[in-house]
Design a protein around this ligand. Structure first.
Ligand code: SAM
Length: 259
């Protein structure tokens, strides 16, 4: 009964929003949504669904909570060090005007980190930087570019001085970074991919998806890369047998599209 209640909810959400919850790991997703549903006192997903339909605020909250939006600048600093010192210079050698995509960018820390690195390397103006997320709320926050101190803990000192100004309790990213990033709402499991990209950064979202959804995405990321282009994944998201997606490992968490 309970399984059926949840299965029906998944089907209805897909119809209404094109978000397919069945492509997310079920136990995790069910736990998160059950907590949310019970917070509002609904005993079944059917009752919760009916309320979602008539109360836009509840639907917004649902869309906000079904995903986890935590992010940081320079998340896993040694990986960003590898990108800054090795891979980005290599990319720029190949293409002076690289096309880069930060997929599932949450509140913008990741694309702004990319923008800072590109600017330090003197290539920001020539680069195209796309940043996307499923959640329109985080995209709006990203465009504002205001952050609490805790998300800046790994920003190198010289970057902090060059690219942030303090406004009351918030740290605001420089306008030149904001101007350089094109933010857009985009569902990785549903929407068309742009491309070809020199670099795709997709970190800390794959962990929420089923194995089938992951495979679908790795194929599509690979197709959206130019041959020689790089895919940079999160630090718990190693790809098993990358060759099945025409990818090869170049360093842990960095994969290159083969010709
Ligand atoms: C934990 S955050 C990762 C943020 C950033 N990439 C990082 O590593 O710090 C996961 C993000 O994935 C987004 N997301 C979840 N499902 C998605 C989907 N189907 N398409 C696009 N983004 C999705 C969420 O909205 C959330 O902002």
């Amino acid at each position: 009964m309970e399984d059926q209640d949840f299965a029906l909810f998944i089907a209805r959400i897909k119809e209404k929003t094109a978000i397919d919850l069945s492509q997310y790991k079920e136990a995790q997703m069910k736990r998160r949504l059950t907590t949310l549903r019970m917070k509002h006192g609904f005993t079944t997903f059917k009752a919760y669904w009916e309320a979602l339909q008539s109360t836009p605020k509840l639907l917004d909250e649902f869309l906000d909570r079904m995903t986890i939006n935590v992010s940081e600048f320079w998340r896993n600093p040694t990986r960003w060090g590898a990108l800054e010192n090795r891979f980005m210079p290599e990319i720029l050698k190949e293409n002076r005007s690289p096309k880069i995509w930060s997929a599932a960018c949450s509140t913008g820390e990741e694309p702004y980190t990319l923008a800072m690195i590109l600017d330090k390397l003197g290539s920001l103006e020539r680069s195209s930087l796309l940043a996307t997320d499923l959640d329109a709320g985080v995209i709006a926050k990203a465009m504002k570019g205001e952050y609490a101190e805790r998300s800046l803990k790994d920003v190198p000192k010289d970057y902090l001085q060059s690219y942030f100004s303090q406004r009351n309790d918030a740290f605001v990213v420089a306008d030149k970074l904001k101007r350089a990033v094109r933010f857009k709402q985009h569902n990785l499991l549903h929407d068309r991919f742009e491309g070809p990209f020199d670099l795709i950064v997709c970190r800390n979202v794959m962990i929420y998806f089923t194995d089938e959804a992951k495979q679908f995405l790795y194929h599509n990321f690979s197709k959206a890369l130019r041959p020689g282009g790089l895919l940079f994944v999160g630090s718990t998201e190693q790809i098993f047998t990358p060759s099945q997606y025409n990818l090869e490992t170049v360093e842990t968490f960095f994969y290159r599209r083969t010709p």
